[in-house]
Design a protein around this ligand. Sequence first.
Ligand code: HH2
Length: 294
Amino acid sequence: MRPYARYFPRMPWHHATGELSLDKPRILGIVNVTPDSFSDGGRLRSLDDALRHVDQMVNEGADVIDVGGESTRPQGAIPVNADEELHRVMPVIEAVRRVHPALPVSIDTVKSEVARAALDAGVSIVNDVSAFRLDPAMGALCAERGAGVVLMHSRGGVSDMATFTHATYGDDVAGDVVRELSARVAEAVGAGVSRDCIVLDPGIGFSKRGEHSLALLAALGRVASLGFPVLVGVSRKRFIGELTGVSTPSARVAGTVGANVAALERGARLFRVHDVKPNRDALDVAWAIMASAA
Ligand code: HH2
């Protein structure tokens, strides 16, 4: 088999308002409506700011907009209640749906109450960084609505999942993550979620030290071999700062691009990023090279 043939073609990702073909790298542009996110907290102060940011990401090639109203920042995030989270995300979701009606929107939440309101407002995808661990009602809700779901690997709760509290692995980090993700898939499928709605995410930086994130990215093919499309969220993360010495998260763009291209080559098809343009260009060029060898 030629080197990349196993990655072509991919089945589309089904979600609540249609499907997203995965015959090229797909980008989820991040909209954090949070005062405390680790790299961009408090940046979007008004609805106009958020919409301008969305317009820019769409013009730069984002395929999906991922809206989140609760930070999981490494320095101990402060959990928010559903009312506060809804108060933050719903105006943005409603405005994006109005201005870009054909654009799939995903909601980054661990709460079914928030996911339900977002789906009612036309959101297509539920991105749950706890993979339905923290709210058991998520599975049935996503199944009933035909939502696309991102099941991300993590351990612990919102306030400690991005810390090292639960970062204990055996010799084979990827093996541990694949086993735990498989259990989350079983839970989702058991709740009625269709297999073609599921995307898996290794949870880079979540309950993982730098060495764990690197080992996982290196072995990403093992996550891909579970048979679901793979999404990675490396954007501006701490392990990139450790490798490059760049301490300001927003300056970690080049390191982010490097990690995303390496992930693409190892089977990732979806990329959650803050900086769309540099990632779009790099992933498209890397993909063209891979496709010409397939
Ligand atoms: N990372 C973050 C949040 N949501 N979702 C998925 N599927 N994968 C990820 O890796 C992921 C995610 C954390 O990053 P960010 O949104 O930039 O920061 P914060 O949690 O501080 O808002």
